[in-house]
Design a protein around this ligand. Structure first.
Ligand SMILES: [Zn+2]
Length: 153
């Protein structure tokens, strides 16, 4: 796998944001950023808070840092419906493209690999835009839910 450069790129963006907004440098933010860059993407605030327990960071610090990273455009936050609304976060400075197939009935998420799609995206050209990585979600119904649906009929 190609080396992931998301941490240095995100750290650079954090430093610019801190300078522009007259905020203080804190080691905690860099620790959280390092943790995020090592996590599978996307992730939830709960998953991050769980991983940050070993760093002895308070939940409030983790949540405040998440919000700051969204403001600094290091992370993209989006809502996913899975019975309840779940907010997920994803690094915008990431290098790794990924594709997920999501069951819209039970919310099950599976990482998927599709060489044909990777090839198509890599070959696309856009005017005034240089594409980086991508995140693709395909919604549908998993095998278990399809079987349940058939049984209900
Ligand atoms: Zn399902």
């Amino acid at each position: 796998m190609k080396a992931d450069l998301s941490y240095p790129a995100a750290l650079e963006r954090l430093n610019i944001y801190i300078a522009e907004h007259n905020k203080r440098h804190t080691p905690e933010r860099e620790m959280v950023l390092m943790e995020i860059s090592e996590m599978p993407q996307p992730f939830t605030a709960e998953q991050l808070a769980q991983r940050c327990l070993k760093l002895r960071l308070s939940q409030a610090t983790v949540y405040n840092t998440l919000n700051l990273f969204v403001s600094a455009r290091i992370l993209h936050a989006f809502n996913r419906e899975a019975g309840r609304t779940v907010t997920e976060y994803e690094l915008m400075t990431g290098e790794r493209s990924h594709m997920q197939i999501i069951c819209s009935r039970c919310g099950r998420i599976t990482e998927a690999h599709d060489k044909a799609i990777e090839h198509i995206v890599a070959s696309r050209k856009y005017s005034n835009f240089v594409p980086g990585h991508y995140s693709l979600r395909i919604y549908g119904q998993c095998k278990v839910c399809r079987r349940k649906l058939k049984g209900e009929r």
